[in-house]
Structures are given as C-alpha cells and as structure tokens.
Design a protein around this ligand. Sequence first.
Ligand code: PMP
Length: 426
Amino acid sequence: MTKTALTSLSADQLAERLTDLRADYTWLKEQELKLDLTRGKPGADQLDLSEALLRLPTGHSNRTGTDVRNYGGLEGLPEMREIFADLLGIDPGQVVAGGNSSLSMMYQVVTWMLLKGGPDSPRPWSQEETVKFVCPVPGYDRHFTMLAELGIEMVTVDMHADGPDVAQVKALVADDPSVKGMWIVPTYANPTGAVCSTEVAAELMAMPTAAPDFRILWDNAYAVHHLTDQETKSADALGLAAVSGNPNRPIMFASTSKITFAGAGVAALAASAENKAWYLQRLNFAAIGPDKVNQLRHVEFFGDADGVRAHMQKHRALIAPKFAAVDQALSSRLTGLDIATWSKPTGGYFVDLDVLDGTASRVVELAKEAGIALTPAGSAFPHGNDPRDRNIRLAPTFPTLAEVETAMAGVAVCVELAAVEKLASS
Ligand code: PMP
C-alpha cells in the first residue's frame, strides 16, 4: 500500500496520526530496550574471525631475518608494507607500516605540519595567522574533533555520491593560502558510503591551490570493506597527484582495525618519496620502531593481500544482513512518508539517515528515552553543528542482527513521531 506523504496531511489527520504514534512510542518504551547503535565497532563475531592471531606469530624473524622482538625497522616489515601496497594499489616503497592506529598517524602528520611544516611549506603552519581545512560533510567526527583540538578552522563542502563537491573545494582553495588541507574518506565514506570517483580525485589532485603545501589527508579506512560483490577500487590518489605535478599533496592512511582487531591491528601511511622521508625523519625522534611482532603476526595470518580479501568476505557475510535489516526497518515504516532518506551503502560501516529538517536532535532524544543509543545529532559536522538538524549516523555492526532489527524498528517510530510532532505544531 502506498503511504501518503506526511507533509500533505491536514491538521486533523496529523493530530490523529500523532495519537497513534504516541501509542506506538509508549509501547516501545515499555520494552525497556538497552541497545547501542552509536559507534562503528566490529561485533564480537567479527573479532572471532581473527582469533588465531592470538596464537601468532609462530616464529620471531621475518623473511629478511630481522628479529621482530627487537628495536628498529621504523618503516615497518617489508611483507606488511607489501600487503598494504597491494590492497591500496600503490608501490610498497611508498608505504610505512606503523602501530595500531591510523588516526594517530593522521594526528602526527597534522601536528608535525603545525610544528615543523612540510617539505614545501614556507613556514610551519602554526606560524600562519589562521590555518583552515576543507571538510566534506557529513564526515567523520574524529577528523573534525582533531582539527578543533589543534585550533584549525573548518570550512565545509557538500559530499556527493562520487565524492566532495569539487567546484566548492576549488573555490575555497584557489585564492586563500590559509586553506592548508582537506579530509577525504575516499571509499565507502564515513558516514555516507560515497565512493570518490577517479574524475573527482583527479580534479582534487590537479586543482590550483594558493597554499604551496596543501595536503589532502586521504583516509582510506574502508578500502576493502565491501558489502556487495561489486568490489569497488579506490581512485589512485598518489598516481594522479604525481602526474599532475603535485606529488606531495595526498597522504594516504589505512589500517586493519576493521579487518582484524580494532584495538590491535596494524596501521599504514603512504605518500610520495619526499613526504615519506619527511614523516620518517620526524618519527625518528618519537619512536625506535613499530610493533613488528604484531606486524609479523598479521603477515603469518594473511599470507598476502588475497588472504585479506578472502577474510573480508567473511566479515561481509556477518555484517551485510545487518545493513539489510536497517534498510528493511526504515523502508517498511517510512517509505512514501516523504520525511526521511537514507544511504544504501555498498561498503563501509555506516548508514547515513537524513530526517525531516529540524528533527534530528528530537529523534535522538526520543530514541534515548526508549533505550536506543544513537550517535548525537550533528556529530558528522564540525563542532557538532548540523545547520539543518537532519543528519543521523547509524552504526549497525556492533549489535547482533536481532538487536539491529529491534533497534531500527524503534528508530523508525522515533523518526516518524518527531516529524509529526513538528508538522502538527507548525
Ligand atoms: N578513519 C575513519 C574514516 C574511521 O571511520 C575510523 C574508525 N572509526 C578510523 C579512521 C580509525 O582508524 P584506526 O583504528 O586505524 O585509528
């Protein structure tokens, strides 16, 4: 049965609908749920896929005979770097394999650009009056909180299905030398699921920038996290930048956080020869070497990049049904009401839900009162400020499938109730 758009209901019809929805909501609260869709964490069943890591490595030297238990090897084990290079479609020589967190590597890069400047910086960023970053929205909250913490201003651009709005980005970077950088999650973006096309990537790498040391932090956290058979390949950021004459523009990041153990994986940074040397030079003052035991454990566990790809199929089998359950719950209650749209991601960890303008905070509040924790409204925007108060990030991987079904049926009630409350009062 086709539903009627809520916006076309009369005042009386809205009042009647509100009464029904309040009854549904009262019932929902009586269920005394305690469910959490807040963070994109792997479920325990996903972590179990890598349980064998706890019994590895079997040896203590790698193929070149390095004793991994000892200090040294700042750029990481060659085998680990080869696996990342294959997965990211780049040259192993461009890769540094590090500790357990790519976010920490991003933090190092931004901090060192502030303190020291990069190979092509006229001076350290901290000596500029203002430093600004272009932030595609909605985006990853920790990217934005990192910049806020470091005193970097954020200017937003729209995120489309094929990546950031290039015209908006170009207009921001062309004449303003204080715009020093930009975030992008190129594949299965957090939270929209967008995949940056080669055309968009090529324009971003080639566009003129007023800042000679403009950096694109290319956070490819979900490069191999496919949810369908269509295993989308990431655009070749480093190659495109090199042919455009801007080899130092992109710095790429990835990790096995959502491949093996979220708290004990291996992270990687990849960049031009000059950027890589710059990074290692700074790192040399901060560390004697990464956790090579963990790297060898990962190398033994996977064998090679195909081993990672096969492992990701097992993740997909566990989490794709959860994404389908989100879509099913939202569709069955909200399709046709004209109050919400949501992403149908083909990879990554999130579903991006846009509700009726001005109601996202209310939806999150209603859900909380019914025992369903959602990421705070606005968290996908710098300073938590969603100007339309409409965006909610859903993270369905951590709860069980049954919990996702229950929670999302509840969220759908909250979305409709918040919309009807607003329409009935206006
Ligand atoms: N980047 C993005 C886009 C993410 O979504 C996440 C995890 N939520 C991270 C980075 C964190 O990566 P890591 O565990 O390697 O620090």
